[in-house]
Design a protein around this ligand. Structure first.
Ligand SMILES: Cc1cc2nc3c(=O)[nH]c(=O)nc-3n(C[C@H](O)[C@H](O)[C@H](O)COP(=O)(O)OP(=O)(O)OC[C@H]3O[C@@H](n4cnc5c(N)ncnc54)[C@H](O)[C@@H]3O)c2cc1C
Length: 363
């Protein structure tokens, strides 16, 4: 007999998990969410992401395991599924000694190491010579990574779910136990909780270790020719500089910042100016004629809230008021680069629960 699964959330985690689960023909899956691909809302992190593969997990952590596993799938999609909106990018990552201990420096600690753990994962990894570094940088590496056009990728994953028989519905839950009401049968055997930052406000979950990591971006038409980042800026501990060109005409994302505990949804125009100027300083090919911000052709300014979580992403099972729930949220600034690995971990928990249920039913 089919087991009923409801996935709550249609961000990159909810959709990836639903797609992974849809391979099991004994599961009848519904996705329910307040926000869907195509929406732009401060409560919905996924559309705002760059998004690229810049690994940051500490060696031995779950995050590192998820990031390592996810590369294989992003690489496969990049090679085999051009319509998914992912492409390879030549990438450079620079480190400055003075950023050790700043918010951005900590975030990019693993990424900017010359002896990075992912040097065997991504292709063409090499340490840059001092002569190849910008003046104020102390270290640097080069490798091939990917950049995802989230406006194409999210609808693509959604479409793959629909093709595999997953039902998609809009809905707002005030308590996780309401998930079953959205299944066509009116009942869920297992609920997968992919509600991101809003897991902090969802009845039955109310995770107080979640908090927003505000990110502000500028999307421009200008082409950088290379994907770049630096371990910090001279404009404060929480500001960052990263540049990435999205696949299939998605424009170039200029970032950014990581402002802990800020829920502010509106772009700060002064910060936007700093982001654009820093991007040109780091990558003059963005504005080759004048080197000025006015040469940038802005598509839009944006703000997204990364679902930060003390202790890292939560991927585990829990019984809430008699209902089995598999949590898969709290992926901060790495939901795309760790998403498939995390979805496969959630899948293992769902299958554990379903198999235990079947054993009980057969007794
Ligand atoms: C500026 C910025 C840049 C980023 N860059 C990158 C990058 O380059 N690489 C990378 O890997 N990651 C990046 N990220 C991080 C990435 O965007 C997030 O980790 C990821 O989007 C989180 O996805 P999610 O599915 O957990 O949450 P979300 O995308 O927020 O989705 C949550 C879903 O749950 C639903 N939901 C929540 N509560 C309820 C409820 N009560 N009832 C019904 N539905 C509910 C919402 O409607 C939504 O569908 C970036 C983030 C930002 C903000």
């Amino acid at each position: 007999m089919a087991q009923n699964v409801v996935v709550v959330g249609a961000g990159v985690l909810g959709l990836s998990t639903a797609l992974v689960l849809s391979a099991h023909k004994n599961l009848d899956i519904t996705v329910v969410a307040k926000h869907m691909p195509g929406d732009y809302d401060i409560e919905y992190a996924s559309p705002w992401a760059g998004a690229n593969y810049f690994p940051v997990g500490k060696p031995g952590s779950n995050l590192q395991r998820f990031e390592k596993a996810t590369w294989t799938e992003l690489d496969r999609i990049c090679r085999q599924v051009p319509e998914a909106g992912i492409h390879y990018q030549p990438t450079r990552v620079y480190g400055r000694k003075k950023d050790v201990g700043t918010a951005t420096g900590q975030w990019f600690h693993e990424l900017t190491k010359e002896d990075a753990w992912f040097k065997e994962v991504v292709p063409n990894f090499r340490i840059l010579a001092k002569s190849e570094l910008p003046e104020d940088c102390d270290t640097g590496t080069e490798f091939t990574s990917v950049c995802i056009n989230t406006a194409v990728y999210l609808p693509w994953v959604l479409g793959q779910c629909v093709k595999a028989g997953v039902t998609i519905k809009r809905g707002i839950l005030s308590h996780i136990s309401q998930a079953g009401l959205y299944h066509t049968s009116g009942h869920a055997d297992v609920v997968v909780n992919c509600t991101g930052l809003l897991a902090s406000k969802l009845g039955g979950v109310m995770d107080s270790s979640l908090y927003p990591g505000r990110g502000q971006i500028v999307l421009v038409r200008n082409e950088p020719g290379v994907m770049l980042t630096v371990s910090g800026t001279d404009d404060g501990s929480e500001e960052a500089t990263y540049i990435m060109q999205r696949a299939v005409g998605g424009g170039t994302i200029l970032g950014g910042c990581l402002q802990h505990n800020s829920w502010e949804s509106q772009p700060d125009p002064n910060l936007a100016q700093r982001i654009m100027q820093r991007s040109i300083d780091l990558c003059p090919s963005l504005a080759p004629k004048t080197g000025k911000v006015t040469e940038l052709s802005v598509i839009r300014h944006g703000v997204g809230l990364r679902p930060m979580r003390t202790g890292g992403p939560r991927v585990e099972k829990e019984k809430i008021e008699g209902l089995w729930v598999v949590h898969n949220y709290g992926h901060a600034g790495y939901g795309y680069q760790s998403g498939w690995g995390s979805a496969w971990e959630a899948e293992r928990f769902v299958l554990d629960i379903v198999q235990q249920g079947q054993i009980r039913a057969n007794l």
